[in-house]
Write a protein that binds this ligand. Sequence first.
Ligand SMILES: Cc1cc2nc3c(=O)[nH]c(=O)nc-3n(C[C@H](O)[C@H](O)[C@H](O)COP(=O)(O)OP(=O)(O)OC[C@H]3O[C@@H](n4cnc5c(N)ncnc54)[C@H](O)[C@@H]3O)c2cc1C
Ligand code: SF4
Length: 336
Amino acid sequence: MTPFAYARAGDLAEAVALGAEPGTRFVAGGTNLVDLMKYFVEAPPRVVDINALSLRAIEDLDGGGLRLGGLATNADTAHDPRVQARYPVLASAILAGASAQLRNAATNGGNLNQRTRCYYFYAIDTPCNKRAPGSGCGAIGGFNRIHAIQGASEHCIATHPSDMCVALLALDATVRVTGPGGERVIAIDDYHRLPGDEPWRDTTLQPGEIVTAIDLPAEGYAAHHSYLKMRDRQSYAFALVSVAAVMRVEDGVIREGRIAMGGMAHKPWRVAQADALLAGKPVDDDFADVADALMTGARGYGANDFKLELAPATIRRACRQAAGGTPQIQSDKRIV
Ligand SMILES: Cc1cc2nc3c(=O)[nH]c(=O)nc-3n(C[C@H](O)[C@H](O)[C@H](O)COP(=O)(O)OP(=O)(O)OC[C@H]3O[C@@H](n4cnc5c(N)ncnc54)[C@H](O)[C@@H]3O)c2cc1C
Ligand code: SF4
């Protein structure tokens, strides 16, 4: 590991001041950042430990929403009784990710900011525009089985790896951040970005900004939801394709719904036209048009061509599970 300076911030103001210094990285659970430092992918001159900040609470909001602290662990979030009862799609997505040990250490702010699992990003002797801007992309024309089929660019075809963020997008969460410019609120759909010609920028977070909380709106779609994750093993593996489907159903008809996807793009993927198609459908629809809308413009890069069939099948199955009130249960290792 490259030598680095370490500082422990006592409060938010101190963390923001320390974080504003160029090259500084915040560390929370460390489950991603420390790995990247050990692999020499990241070599920050200074690391600021933010674990002493008072950002671990999960609190009810006026109006029925819920605020998840930026330093609340993924485990505390998934097992919180209010998340389980009111936002089960989020609990399910978190529990589909990583391992129990990792979820005990990983934080919500860290999960939002975890970096891609592209093999070439981790292999420092290979070209990678995200790790070394201008060096090229090893995955295009290389082994790209886990890579994007939507929203990619000629500079990068990496996917965003988080499960939690897929559910947050389906729920229309907002991210609260504080930095040198003060506090601001970012819609989750605007938080992560497509690679374009700057693939090294994963998010719209500005230097020195800290994620203080994630706010969930009052509607959690507890009765009609599913998080369906397709992966090489049924546990402890990142998504090849995942779908968070949430719906409001009345009298056997879907009144509104939202579909968000993981493993598709550089950010959690959502298509307004697909959401619009859900409204007014009977719950026993086959959801083929919804899948078509989400797949519009999709393309494979060779080794990931299988996703062009896997993704629409996963969308349709997740929609059927959500509409039928029969969500995928993460402790059940079968895909039902
Ligand atoms: C073996 C393994 C398997 C995994 N499998 C999955 C999986 O299946 N699904 C899944 O979703 N995830 C998976 N993960 C990823 C795991 O969820 C993330 O590593 C974790 O959520 C990161 O949280 P952290 O608190 O440890 O972040 P850290 O490693 O501390 O930080 C990660 C990044 O976030 C930044 N950061 C941290 N907190 C904040 C904050 N409050 N504000 C601003 N920036 C911040 C850091 O500066 C750093 O850049 C896996 C990880 C491992 C190691
Ligand atoms: S896909 Fe992106 S992260 Fe992977 S090698 Fe290409 S530029 Fe790097």
